[in-house]
Design a protein around this ligand. Structure first.
Ligand code: PNS
Length: 171
């Protein structure tokens, strides 16, 4: 039997939060290699992102460095377009890891996992329960708070908080 050696942690990461960093770090403790896959566009609600793909990839790399995840080794960040399961195959990854915060996440994630299993039965979906301390943290909450001038320093890595300040000051 072959154990899964490499997983993908996909998302829009608009922007990356401390909740995401927690999931990525826990994925790395479970599997030797983790590819964080930054989706080009947000397909969930069909609306555009606040940050470009390049910005989201840069923020993730910086945030994972800042939070000590890169030093664990075996973690890379790549952009992706198209189907997640195709990206997993291209990268040679055997699974997808996602975080679950609440029942509302569960319904959406179950639907995606079922679809991915239908498209690629060989790719496993693995879920980790989010750290309860970050249960209420989401990229959309962070964007809303930052756009209203509220402090988001406890919700996102410091480098992301700085980028949000610049973004909404320009905006
Ligand atoms: O952070 P998000 O917005 O919950 O991430 C959603 C994402 C990017 C993982 C999902 O939309 C996705 O996998 N998109 C790629 C297109 C795809 O494979 N669609 C079929 C499975 S939903």
């Amino acid at each position: 039997m072959n154990h899964i050696q490499h997983v993908v942690v996909p998302g829009t990461f608009d922007p990356v939060t401390l909740g995401h960093v927690d999931v990525i770090s826990r994925a790395r403790h479970l599997f030797p290699k983790v590819t964080v896959a930054v989706a080009e566009s947000r397909t969930k609600r069909g609306v555009g992102t606040a940050f470009t793909l390049d910005e989201r990839v840069d923020m993730l790399r910086e945030a994972l460095e800042e939070q000590g995840v890169i030093k664990l080794g075996g973690v890379q960040v790549l952009p992706f377009t198209g189907l997640l399961v195709d990206f997993c195959r291209e990268q040679g990854a055997g699974g997808v890891v996602k975080g679950l915060r609440a029942m509302t996440d569960f319904e959406y994630e179950l639907q995606q996992a079922d679809l991915n299993a239908h498209l690629a039965p060989d790719i496993e979906s693995v879920f980790v329960m989010s750290n309860p301390g970050y249960g209420y943290v989401s990229s959309s909450i962070v964007r809303e708070l930052a756009s209203l001038g509220s402090d988001v320093d406890t919700l996102v890595p410091a480098c992301v908080a700085a980028r949000l300040k610049e973004h909404f000051a320009e905006g």
